[in-house]
Design a protein around this ligand. Structure first.
Ligand code: 5AD
Length: 436
């Protein structure tokens, strides 16, 4: 994971380059042919995106220097270790901190906790592990929902093709270009997810040429999220320069999968994720928490599956019933369950993954972003979809941030990260941070 500030190349060996950030070294993949040791670069998601002029790099680093260490101090000062009275829990949390794998029954026990002190101890343990392995970096990705057309009929999803009441939109390439330009040039985004429903009507060849153009013009990390597009199209976008794939497997329980995604096949979806990984994509995946019939054991299997799929980032979010869907009458989980899932994912996969605090979780609980980042979470995603379209990407009702401009969202996240002592990766906001 690399910071959204210039780093200095320390070593190059084949395609691997080691990049230094104020003494912290990060391993990156380099595809720039004339890169030399001593060059300054921007790297995101473990990829070198571009070289940058030494004088400019030094100026940015000079602005950042004090802040870089100040944030680390704030983060460290917020770490807590709650003493637990319950010896059984204490033993499990000690095992977790020592990275001794937990037994299934211990994982289930953590998901069953309800007492406030015990829950705090659990969340704090996850936060300690986050700090230990990921330090204070926090990914800030942006997502542009380019179209809400969808050929699927997922029973949980408000943009499923059975929802005939929804206004459908498809952004033109010019509109997407203008949105990306604003996000990069005005707000400093370095990593953007392009998302749509499945088979939403773009010509993939044309879209891939467009993706190459925005990567060439803006030197950003592009993650695609267009559903199951097939291996050929994955290759098309990879060749165009896309390096991330966001696609949840939704649930690891195949019986539930069959019931809620009748036009899709579980094995095909997993194969798709595996093929993408083999091709070289970074995988962002996860599941819905609180689906009808889902057990705690299923949730543990979900975490294990995301891990097996070598996910760079875990995306677990609550299922929120949408009135226009077959699952409209199903109950919603309580927030504690979701915090427990984030913390358990951090404990089970402490070293590997970034863990996203999802917008769905923020919709369920207003404090989810702050508290999720204090319970093992290490990543957030801002909605960059033009406001006139956002409300139509209506996967569930009352989405958090649906009416907030990009500026409002960036200002809020900058303030929160500063409060929590987290350094943003993927969003270049040194100016904003030092000014606020
Ligand atoms: N509640 C929460 N998340 C949902 N998604 C779709 N419908 C819902 C819902 N009702 C999520 C799915 C999908 C992502 C784009 O949105 O997990 O992968």
């Amino acid at each position: 994971m690399c910071y959204a500030i210039p780093g200095k190349v320390k070593l190059i060996k084949d395609k691997i380059a080691i990049v230094d950030y104020f003494g912290e070294e990060k391993k990156t993949l380099n595809e720039i042919k004339d890169l030399r040791v001593g060059d300054y670069v921007y790297a995101q998601g473990g990829y070198i995106l571009q070289k940058i002029e030494e004088s400019l790099a030094l100026k940015i680093l000079d602005d950042w220097k004090d802040l870089f260490f100040e944030l680390k101090e704030i983060d460290a000062s917020l770490l807590k270790k709650t003493d637990v009275v319950n010896p059984k829990l204490q033993k499990i949390l000690d095992k977790a901190l020592n990275l001794e794998g937990l037994l299934l029954e211990e994982q289930l026990y953590l998901l069953s906790l309800s007492n406030k002190t015990n829950l705090s101890a659990f969340y704090n343990t996850a936060n300690n592990l986050r700090k230990k392995f990921h330090d204070n970096s926090c990914c800030v990705h942006g997502i542009i929902e380019i179209s809400n057309h969808c050929s699927q009929n997922c029973h949980y999803c408000g943009i499923s093709n059975v929802n005939k009441d929804l206004f459908r939109y498809k952004m033109s390439l010019d509109e997407i270009y203008a949105t990306v330009k604003e996000c990069v040039e005005v707000y400093g985004f370095k990593s953007i997810v392009l998302q749509s429903g499945q088979n939403c009507g773009y010509d993939y060849k044309e879209l891939a040429v467009f993706v190459k153009r925005i990567i060439d013009d803006f030197k950003i990390f592009i993650c695609i999220s267009f559903g199951e597009i097939g291996v050929e199209n994955l290759k098309l976008f990879f060749d165009a320069g896309a390096r991330g794939l966001l696609m949840r497997f939704e649930t690891s329980n195949q019986n539930i999968y069959k019931k809620i995604k009748s036009l899709s096949n579980f094995a095909d979806r997993i194969k798709h994720l595996k093929e993408a990984y083999r091709m070289g994509y970074l995988i962002f995946t996860g599941s819905l928490i609180g689906l009808p019939g889902q057990t705690d054991e299923d949730i543990i299997n979900d975490i294990n599956l995301a891990h097996e799929l070598k996910a760079e980032m875990f995306s677990f979010g609550p299922f929120l019933p949408h009135p226009g869907t077959l699952l409209s009458k199903e109950p919603v989980i309580d927030s504690d369950k979701m915090f427990k899932v984030l913390s358990l994912a951090r404990i089970m996969c402490a070293q590997d993954s970034k863990i996203l605090v999802t917008t769905a979780f923020e919709t369920l609980n207003k404090e989810a972003r702050r508290n999720g980042l204090m319970s093992g979470g290490s990543s957030v995603m801002l909605n960059l979809t033009p406001l006139k379209y956002r409300k139509f990407y209506n996967i569930y009702p009352n989405r958090a941030h649906d009416c907030e401009s990009i500026k409002m969202q960036v200002d809020d996240v900058v303030k929160l990260l500063q409060d929590l002592g987290r350094a943003p990766t993927d969003l270049s906001i040194s100016q904003g941070l030092s000014e606020s």
